[in-house]
Design a binder for this molecule. Structure first.
Ligand code: SF4
Ligand code: SF4
Length: 361
């Protein structure tokens, strides 16, 4: 890569998005809905994508790489012949903008799952035609803990282009992270100004301010092995207290990748579908015999925590399968808090876990 980055006015940023839209690229961005929360959706105009809401979306953007439900193929036995057909997929490029650094890092965790040999062909096809622009955070939420799991509010992991909005002027710094990001931006960049040392100093000050606003504690470095030795701890019942197995924690999570395969239709014709699944569901591990090796919610919640903070790191050089976005904390109807759960287990104590609304009795 050659470019070090560009300084754009809001007008130039919006104009670039307009050029990309007009060239046929699908632009996906967080859009504020009528309920006051924002969600990623395909936008029809550059203005919709140009100014993302300051806080992250309720749900992660993973459905644009790993849809909540999709038909893998259909089958048809007509007469003497059998036909297998795959659904029409979009083939054009897609640009994801307005992702927070934790979102982009979460999608990279999905890459590790779906692009490991043997690659998942539908995920790989979507990934290859996707460019990701992550935007540095300008505020920290109460549930954010990216810094506790090796991330940063200005991190670039998983991004092709990194965007920083400068407070005051509202101008933007756009920096290529991968060759794909640079290739997309290069044609428009001739009229953009280069980033100055002063720009970088302001971006660094902003990043430091957001980082220091994150109040949640880092995890102890030996959390994975301590968790691994805590499989039978009574603390699991305590940290999962109140879990109703709704699964929203997995559905909202940018790095949860479990899915189920179902066939619908009849003997003559039908479809095979892949849909998101959750280890919180009572049917997740239930055998055909009716036996369920994870018979209760604490054992299911233990699986969620152990997978993200012990099993995955053990196989991926210590990298957690949680990027600290805090979505599962905000959305859990029972106040279960995964950050507090890991701290409690890693401390080796059966602590009463503080929920966001107070301390559980
Ligand atoms: S969101 Fe909360 S209640 Fe629902 S499955 Fe997850 S931990 Fe359990
Ligand atoms: S486990 Fe919770 S905090 Fe961690 S990445 Fe998933 S949704 Fe975010």
């Amino acid at each position: 890569m050659t470019a070090l980055g560009w300084h754009l006015s809001e007008k130039e940023w919006t104009e670039w998005l307009r050029v990309l839209l007009e060239s046929g690229i699908a632009v996906i961005a967080p859009v504020l809905g009528t309920t006051g929360t924002s969600e990623f959706q395909r936008v029809g105009s550059a203005e919709e994508a140009a100014a993302p809401p300051p806080s992250r979306t309720a749900m992660s953007p993973k459905k644009f790489l790993f849809p909540q439900s999709e038909v893998l193929f259909s089958f048809d036995f007509s007469g003497e012949s059998a036909t297998l057909s795959q659904p029409e997929m979009e083939r054009g490029r897609q640009l994801l903008v307005g992702l927070r650094p934790c979102d982009a890092a979460g999608l990279r965790r999905l890459d590790e799952v779906f692009l490991s040999e043997p690659e998942d062909p539908t995920y790989s096809e979507r990934r290859q035609r996707t460019v990701i622009v992550s935007q540095a955070c300008t505020q920290a939420g109460q549930s954010c803990f990216c810094t506790a799991v090796g991330g940063s509010p200005s991190g670039r992991e998983g991004a092709d282009l990194a965007l920083t909005k400068l407070e005051g002027s509202g101008d933007l710094l756009l920096e290529p992270v991968t060759a794909g990001g640079e290739e997309l931006a290069a044609p428009a960049s001739a009229s953009w100004r280069p980033i100055t040392a002063e720009d970088r100093a302001q971006a660094a000050r902003q990043a430091e301010a957001v980082t220091s606003a994150i109040t949640r504690e880092p995890l102890p470095p030996n959390a994975p092995p301590i968790l691994a030795s805590s499989f039978d701890s009574p603390a699991w019942a305590e940290v999962a207290d109140g879990c109703i197995g709704c699964g929203i924690c997995a559905y909202a999570c940018p790095s949860c990748s479990c899915f189920d395969i179902t066939d619908s239709g009849g003997a003559a014709c039908g479809s095979r579908c892949r849909s998101w699944d959750s280890c919180a569901f009572s049917t997740f591990t239930r055998h055909a015999s009716g036996h369920n090796p994870r018979a209760d919610q604490p054992s299911r919640y233990r699986q969620r925590v152990m997978h993200k903070f012990s099993y995955f790191p053990a196989e991926h050089g210590g990298e957690m399968m949680c990027v600290g976005c805090g979505r599962c904390i905000d959305l859990c109807p029972a106040g279960v808090d995964i950050h507090h759960a890991v701290l409690a287990l890693a401390s080796g104590a059966t602590l009463r876990v503080q929920a966001r609304s107070g301390v559980k009795a």
